[in-house]
Design a protein around this ligand. Sequence first.
Ligand SMILES: Cc1cc2nc3c(=O)[nH]c(=O)nc-3n(C[C@H](O)[C@H](O)[C@H](O)COP(=O)(O)OP(=O)(O)OC[C@H]3O[C@@H](n4cnc5c(N)ncnc54)[C@H](O)[C@@H]3O)c2cc1C
Length: 368
Amino acid sequence: HRDMFGLLNEPELLDSLDQKDYASKRGRYYLFWNCMKISGRPMLIALMAGNAAYQTEDSDTNSLIKEVTNRLARTFAPMKVPAPAEVIVTRWKRDPFARGTYSYMGPKARPGDYDTMALPLGNLHFAGEATCGTHPATVHGAYLSGLRAASEIVEQMIGPIHVPTPLVPVTPKAETVPNTPTSSIGNKNRSESTARLPSRENRQTQNEDYEASIIGAILSEIGERPIKPGRSGVNPFLLYQKDHWFLCKAQCDAARKEQLGSGGLKPSKEQVRIALGQMWHNADSETKRPYLEQSNRARELADVLRAEYEKNVAVWDGEAARIRREYTAQHPLLPGEGEVFAGKTAIEHGHGRRHRNISSYAEDSDAE
Ligand SMILES: Cc1cc2nc3c(=O)[nH]c(=O)nc-3n(C[C@H](O)[C@H](O)[C@H](O)COP(=O)(O)OP(=O)(O)OC[C@H]3O[C@@H](n4cnc5c(N)ncnc54)[C@H](O)[C@@H]3O)c2cc1C
């Protein structure tokens, strides 16, 4: 299915819109994650939601393995799906330290419920995904709630925190380093003088401030480094595939029906793809022409964009180096304040800024 929207699982009766027809399957292995890339092992995670999750708490592991293996066998038929080598079933509700997975909005939930969960009781503050009304049930919601709770506690202890604007001062402070040994500093001045000592941390902070000032000077004069254009390859076959997928699938369907009768299984995506490859291979040059032309046009446009980018980035790099030189000459670091960084920072390398790929999936990611 190519649906991008649905109800966790299909209903018992095909295409039924009656809620009760969804009840028995809803939430059962509704999503599989392929964890091969992150774990390096052939590993799948299957998720259960709603009533299915409650039922899992009381189901024995063997019946769950059987059910999930059957499910995968149906999905990948006619390929054979072997029994898993190892299985871990989580039962979060039974876990005395968890008692469940994460919060959800019950049928009687009210709009302010998450905010109510976030209210402190005297000195006791609450964090966790269930206290974050804007991003509940997520890791980022839990993280944000931690920041919120921490700021509430700090504010309760020391009052509102003043955030300076701009956060990073444009000109670094040229502080002199006193030669006086620490032991001879009187108690009254100790904290002030200690703050000025060129300790390792102080030096690092000074260096970071100094770098930030240089970056600030560069960005305010010439703006951000140009963004590298995305990969250019547009594969003509993928363009053809996009236009002919449904036609080819219908043909494969019809061929299978003729061969196996109406009870036959639908062709898999891979089978349709193979048939499409054959169609493309056999297509005459007139059929292929628009796709080859479109591919060539995309490649030409990408070449133009690439050349433009290379020109602009060379100008930007030259200007950034000039501003860095001028800045360090105008604001030299005093002895003991650390060293001027000789290379380029991540921003000057354009790191972290990627061209957002907005073209269709027909782009060939292997082609450069
Ligand atoms: C299967 C699954 C998939 C998920 N997928 C995603 C996802 O793709 N993206 C996403 O953003 N989020 C996902 N989440 C949700 C996300 O994991 C949670 O929202 C998030 O971890 C909640 O963090 P938390 O700090 O609020 O609570 P938790 O991570 O639950 O931490 C609470 C901690 O408190 C401990 N604890 C409980 N009671 C006590 C006690 N009495 N004494 C001491 N310790 C106690 C618990 O053991 C636990 O370690 C998923 C969750 C699950 C279960």
